[in-house]
Design a protein around this ligand. Structure first.
Ligand SMILES: Cc1ncc(COP(=O)(O)O)c(C=O)c1O
Length: 398
């Protein structure tokens, strides 16, 4: 008899040959540096790859708010919110979120992955069509698959293609357009104003995932839709607490009929235990900081602009976007891994992103800057990057 797991051995071998195998390392964040530095196997590294954009994960007031909530309400959520797991902290957070986003209601989910899968599967179904940007996050893709609606992908940010498809599927019961607002692996922005126009023209519904814009865009960090003044033309706004908030969990903001429906129909919400009180306590405090600490947003914006500009000056092919996600296109998986390893040796943590997270042949280093980086740290990082590029294959290779 063949070995029981031979198929897994074969698959593993294939992944290794294509440099697609994955592993993680144990990371210790250095709290005193606001998470901007970490320690890996005893080596101190500048952190240029996490989503803790504002450095709030180590902010004492946020950590302490979590501690207080745990002491008062216990360590665990103890049940689904529909089964006696709905503590007062939840209601408070949802009320605050609705006010912050200026929407009729809000719902907290366990994380962004569960928010997207739960929301799309609850709102779309057989007979509907969901138009989804090709570069949308995997949780959106999985939500559409779960929904059993027709899944139609449009070319990245291609409005003409989307409009063509909207006309083609005109006869469908309901038409959803779903997009990230800032794309997680490319750092570019969706054409939200134009999408809102298409929503209007074709009687479609629009859902926007603000995972990477929540906390960092908009006057009080509400996201890109608010920055552009079109949030009231979005039917469902999703965001997470795991990135700029520095905590964990996610939210949906929408009008009451949508919220009411989700409370009864979103399976990832119903069939899962409520988030622990510590997480909600910390999130409430993070929301306060996001609403009021505009200096963090400003510092992040300046750091992103500085890092992009310095890389461009050194001849790296970096786009002119204005977000904190700054990918360096490399191409081959093995080369991206090699580049990331060289960075590590020089004291910089920036991971290689490979398929299926990004399309085949587009492996990259995904740099993310933080509000808590200093200009000196970023300048040093660019020097190291340039040295690696020159060492690997000559000046104009990237
Ligand atoms: C656009 C987008 N949506 C959703 C998620 C999932 O969020 P979470 O990490 O809270 O599950 C991510 C996380 O990487 C994301 O980039």
């Amino acid at each position: 008899m063949k070995h029981r797991y031979e198929w897994l051995e074969t698959e593993w071998k294939r992944m290794r040959e294509q440099s697609l195998d994955r592993a993680w390392q144990t990371v210790e964040p250095l709290a005193e540096a606001g998470g901007a530095w970490i320690c890996v196997r005893g080596k101190k590294l500048l952190n240029l790859s996490v989503n803790n954009y504002l450095g709030l994960a180590h902010e004492q007031r946020i950590v302490e708010a979590g501690e207080r909530a745990a002491r008062k309400w216990g360590a665990g959520g103890t049940a689904s919110r529909l089964v006696l797991g709905n503590y007062p902290l939840y209601d408070e957070l949802e009320q605050r979120l609705a006010e912050w986003k200026r929407r009729e209601g809000a719902l907290v989910f366990a994380n962004g992955y569960q928010a997207n899968t739960g929301v799309i599967a609850a709102l779309a179904g057989r007979g509907d069509v969901v138009f989804s940007d090709r570069l949308n996050h995997a949780s959106i893709v999985d939500g559409i698959i779960l929904s059993r609606a027709e899944h139609v992908r449009y070319r990245h940010n291609d409005l003409e293609h989307l409009e063509f498809l909207l006309q083609k599927y005109q006869g469908k019961r309901r038409k959803w357009i779903v997009t990230d607002s800032i794309f997680s692996m490319d750092g570019d922005k969706a054409p939200l104003l134009a999408l809102a126009e298409l929503r209007e023209r074709y009687g479609a519904l629009l859902m926007v995932d603000e995972a990477h814009a929540g906390g960092v865009r908009g006057e009080q960090g509400q996201g890109l839709c608010h920055e552009l003044g079109m949030a009231d033309q979005v039917d469902v706004l999703v965001g997470t607490f795991s990135k700029a908030f520095g905590v964990y969990g996610a939210y949906v903001c929408a009008d009451q009929p949508v919220i009411r429906h989700l409370r009864s129909k979103a399976r990832s919400l119903i069939y899962s235990t409520a988030l622990p009180p510590a997480v909600i306590g910390s999130t409430l405090e993070a929301l306060t900081q996001i609403e009021t600490d505009t200096w963090r947003r400003q510092a992040l914006r300046e750091n992103a602009s500085l890092f992009r500009q310095m890389l461009q000056e050194k001849g790296f092919h970096i786009t002119d976007d204005d977000t904190q996600i700054i990918p360096l296109a490399i191409g081959e998986n093995e080369r991206a891994l090699q580049f990331s390893q060289k960075l590590l040796e020089r004291g910089i943590a920036a991971v290689a992103i490979r398929p299926p997270t990004v399309p085949d042949g587009t492996a990259r280093i995904r740099f993310t800057v933080m509000a808590t980086h200093t200009p000196q740290e970023l300048t040093w990082a660019v020097q190291e990057l340039t040295a690696i590029r020159d060492e690997l294959d000559g000046r104009d290779a990237l």
